[in-house]
Design a protein around this ligand. Structure first.
Ligand code: RP5
Length: 176
């Protein structure tokens, strides 16, 4: 198992239903994670403490999710040189487009790797891939995961081919 943990930080507990998908993605590879609520706006001191101490605390990657004026990932990224992955969380009334734009438009010098709106699962996968760069065992697990995706595509295609075969046999869809 990789020695580095993933830090999952979110702006509010209302982000949890989305952000726990990040933990789901990490769990399947046996990657350790810790999760906290903090806020760039409502508790900047806590956010700064977490970000400044992240490397020393044994984190290898930070996944930060927030909705609305989503400054949390960028603020965290400004206070650590660990890679930060931003998750734009969809909230009313702009459904995450506001969060996406807030997170993705970082100034040159302070990057945040931004996933799709509510894309916490992919954020977890990307965090795993970053850790796997120096962990051959984890690389193998990720490779197996990719193989399982390909197997599912094959399964779906087999089912489709079977349906098409039946459709042709019964003449369904032909104009009379
Ligand atoms: C953001 O404001 C949080 O990340 C959350 O997505 C949003 C709403 O927070 P709550 O009002 O639900 O606490 O900072």
């Amino acid at each position: 198992m990789t020695e580095k943990k993933v830090g999952i930080i979110m702006g509010s507990d209302s982000d949890l239903p989305i952000m726990e998908k990040c933990a789901d993605a990490l769990d399947q590879f046996g990657i350790e994670w810790e999760m906290i609520v903090s806020s760039a706006h409502r508790h900047p001191e806590k956010t700064a403490k977490f970000a400044r101490g992240a490397a020393e605390s044994g984190f290898g990657v930070i996944v930060a999710g927030a909705g609305g004026a989503a400054h949390l990932p960028g603020v965290v990224a400004s206070m650590t040189v660990l890679p930060v992955i931003g998750v734009p969380v969809a909230i009313e009334p702009l459904q995450g487009v506001d969060s996406l734009h807030s997170i993705v438009q970082m100034p040159q010098g302070i990057p945040v790797a931004t996933v799709t709106i509510n894309g916490a699962y992919n954020a977890g996968l990307l965090a795993a891939q970053i850790l796997a760069a120096s962990d051959l065992e984890l690389q193998q697990k990720l490779s197996n995961y990719r193989d399982s995706l390909a197997a599912k595509v094959e399964e779906k295609d087999s089912k489709l081919q079977e349906k098409i075969k039946q459709r042709k046999q019964t003449g369904a869809g032909e104009t009379k």
